[in-house]
Design a protein around this ligand. Structure first.
Ligand code: BGC
Length: 750
């Protein structure tokens, strides 16, 4: 065997160097491109431009475009004026792009990029505000352009299947309809600026545990009803320009080479016209990957090679360099890849280069980032994303006439924890911690004291000794007992919640439960604030907690946003985009996570989140869609028009919402459909529409929601399509999945 290896290697090496030299020679030999070549004409239809440009490219040039030229750039073809697509990580802002991931993750990377840090995806989802998410996408698109980049790697629309997924904070929660709507809004905002988004990670990247090797076994109905809708909407409603494939395997095939996912579902079923980009190091073969429809393998060039040489990269299971021209051309020669397959993949990249405008109007790094307007979006989003979960005795908003001192306590009080860890963490120019925001808002009218209470697990060993812990806890309870109100901010941070690893337990990090309980004992006027992306166990203290807010990772304006909620300058309007279970064992996938021997079965099927809790009557700590306000809302007058419909007839649902309190506020009205007559097993109800409505005190507004046949359908694996069974459905409208205020029947006649 040994003897044959070396000659093979030698042949390969000479082939590689030969083909690289050949490639260079060939492209310089190519005829000059006329200035009036049709593809250069911005007035021509995109399809014509793509066809013309493709016809002028050599096979070698096309092959070159299938892999990146650097860490965050695609390969340019100078001869034809094809630009590199210059990328940056998202989705919560623009992250540095220079170097490998070890470098882009460091706090002192070679290109100092400081941009607006928007709230995490789960915080954005808590706003249920499509317009706001679109404005976030737009602001991020503007920042991308201002920095001379072309593409932002977001939004993340993977579903929160398990409370422990390390990247839950990046996504839009547990419901496919909500995730789809918000993903569409983000994409529209980005693409409206001529910037290329990448909806990710396709598909079913729902745990970080062994993300390169794990095989998710998911039935077709579950895939279509839970894990694919956000991608489908991105394609069909937002005409998204790129989709990023996921690291993991789905039904035994790596996503990056899955003919089923990339070709059958994405391209044929959904009608995707853009290109597929691999997640970084998520390709594992040459011909199967190209043939499945992978357009662009990332990263590439020397940064990729340097990255692959790192033992940590290999240990993590990253695999790379499969679509370099040498390998692709060898497979073409061997008859394993057709030029037609390459044309399709490259044609799609060219199409995006044209439709996005970057061919005709290259982005120049001439704009500003973190402008007041962008900061204002981050502030509004930070505020709307905060969810008021409990407010016993109306402790909130704080009454300035009665509150003269506040103790701000906890490991997340004085440090701004703007986001979870990994590729989404951006470096802002400034970040407001809860303590900063409260101090600023309190001014000199109130005394603000602070105490750490407990060190953040793993952050500083000196705080971890029994003596240090006892001292910190005592300082906290002393501060709490001396103040009129205590605000205790707990949660996680980017090192114990982030990409590449899952959170170990739903419990708060070490010592934090004890801190909350001790502060609550010391001061009955305690506001607990959660600053974390994943659900946390609250059973040790929640009964006693008078007021509870979830601020998630709230971006650079988080502290100001929190202060405005605490002091009543803003009225909380956030609603949970994810159920918060009482304990991990209650969650639907608890017994099927993280899997055994790298196999994870999605045996809970479509019963994800409230579909599970509400159908199986398992009481969560706080249900999906829940969130309190400082005012109250009354729902009335539900009317479904028409009451009987057939086929694809659009259906209008109208109702009235009145603000019955004394403060202006916003209510998110949620519409669920209940199918009581189905032949097959269906969840007790599913979210199919929502609307956020702002109301002054006493004001009444008519809320109009729209439904179509899709709202009544399930995916039939037998029929391989969506099926709506004629019969009577119930339209449920409410304030959370467990607070249905109005119900009306609706007949689907056929
Ligand atoms: C992440 C992607 C990210 C990419 C580039 C990967 O590890 O999964 O979401 O866009 O790196 O940084």
């Amino acid at each position: 065997m040994r003897r044959t290896v070396f000659p093979c290697l030698a042949i390969l090496i000479s082939f590689v160097s030969l083909s690289a030299a050949h490639l260079q020679a060939q492209s310089s030999e190519q005829a000059a491109v006329p200035a009036n070549a049709p593809y250069k004409n911005a007035a021509l239809p995109v399809e014509k431009r793509v066809a013309d440009l493709l016809s002028r490219m050599t096979l070698e040039e096309k092959a070159t475009m299938l892999s990146g030229s650097g860490w965050m750039e695609s390969a340019p073809i100078a001869r034809l004026g094809i630009p590199a697509i210059k990328m940056a990580d998202g989705p919560t802002g623009v992250r540095s792009w220079a170097g490998s991931s070890a470098i882009t993750n460091s706090s002192s990377n070679p290109v100092k990029v400081e941009t607006t840090s928007f709230p995490s995806g789960v915080a954005m989802a808590s706003t249920w505000d499509m317009d706001l998410v679109q404005r976030e996408g737009q602001a991020i698109g503007q920042e991308v352009k201002s920095l001379g980049r072309d593409m932002i790697l977001g939004p993340t629309v993977n579903i929160n299947r398990v409370p422990l997924w390390g990247r839950n904070f990046e996504g839009y929660g547990e419901d496919p309809y909500l995730a789809a709507q918000l993903g569409v809004a983000y994409i529209r905002g980005v693409q409206g600026e001529g910037v290329i988004p990448s909806v990710k990670h396709f598909a079913a990247n729902n745990e970080e545990y062994e993300r390169h090797r794990v095989n998710a076994t998911i039935d077709e109905r579950t895939l279509h009803e839970i894990y694919l809708p956000a991608f489908k909407a991105a394609v069909q409603e937002a005409d998204v320009w790129t989709v990023m494939s996921a690291y993991n395997k789905v039904n035994s095939v790596h996503c990056g080479e899955s003919m089923y996912l990339l070709s059958d579902v994405l391209k044929k079923e959904f009608g995707f016209k853009g290109f597929v980009i691999s997640d970084w190091g998520s390709t594992y073969s040459t011909a199967p990957t190209v043939n499945a429809g992978m357009g662009l393998e990332m990263p590439g060039g020397s940064p990729m090679k340097a990255w692959m040489e790192r033992p940590a990269t290999k240990e993590a299971g990253n695999s790379d360099g499969w679509l370099v021209p040498e390998k692709v051309l060898a497979e073409v020669k061997a008859g394993n890849i057709t030029e037609a397959a390459i044309n399709d993949n490259v044609g799609r990249i060219l199409r995006v280069i044209f439709v996005s405008g970057i061919f005709d109007y290259p982005h120049t790094a001439l704009g500003d980032v973190d402008t007041p307007a962008q900061q204002a979006v981050a502030r509004q989003a930070g505020t709307e994303g905060i969810v008021l979960l409990k407010n016993a005795g109306s402790l909130l908003p704080l009454d300035a006439a009665k509150v003269h001192s506040i103790a701000v306590i906890g490991p997340n009080a004085a440090v701004a924890r703007t986001g979870g860890g990994g590729s989404s963490l951006v470096r802002p120019k400034y970040a407001i911690a809860p303590l900063d925001g409260i101090r600023k808002r309190a001014g000199n009218r109130m005394q603000v004291t602070t105490a750490l209470g407990v060190g953040m697990d793993g952050e500083d060993q000196a705080q971890d000794t029994p003596e240090a812990r006892a001292k910190l806890l005592k300082e906290a309870t002393d501060a709490a007992s001396k103040a009129d109100v205590a605000v205790v901010v707990v949660g996680r941070y980017f090192k114990n919640e982030g990409e590449g690893f899952d959170v170990k337990t739903m419990d708060l990090p070490a010592g934090q439960d004890e801190l909350v309980a001790a502060v609550e004992n010391a001061n009955p006027h305690t506001v607990v604030v959660l600053n974390t992306g994943d659900p946390v166990t609250m059973t040790k203290w929640i009964e006693k907690t008078p007021a509870l807010l979830d601020m998630w990772y709230d971006g650079q304006e988080g502290g100001n946003a929190l202060a405005s909620i605490l002091f009543g300058d803003a009225n909380p309007s956030g609603k949970l985009p994810v159920s918060l279970p009482k304990k991990f064992e209650d969650s639907p996938a608890a017994t099927n996570y993280p899997g055994k021997n790298l196999e994870v079965s999605y045996a809970e099927g479509i019963y994800v989140g409230y579909r599970y809790y509400d159908t199986k009557s398992i009481e969560p700590q706080f249900p999906f869609g829940f969130g309190l306000s400082y005012t109250t809302f009354e729902y009335s007058g539900l009317k479904v028009t028409p009451e009987n419909a057939e086929g694809d007839q659009p259906i209008e649902v109208n109702l009235k919402v009145r603000n019955t309190g004394t403060r202006a506020g916003a209510e998110v009205v949620e519409l669920y459909v209940h199918d009581g007559h189905s032949k097959i097993d269906r969840p007790v109800h599913e979210l199919k529409a929502f609307s956020r409505v702002e109301l002054k005190p006493g004001e009444v507004k008519t809320v109009q929601l729209k439904l179509n046949r899709a709202a009544f359908s399930y995916w039939s694996p037998e029929a391989k399509t969506w099926v709506a069974e004629p019969g009577t459905f119930e339209i449920q409208v409410g304030s959370s999945s467990r607070d249905i205020r109005l119900r009306a029947p609706f007949d689907l006649t056929h």
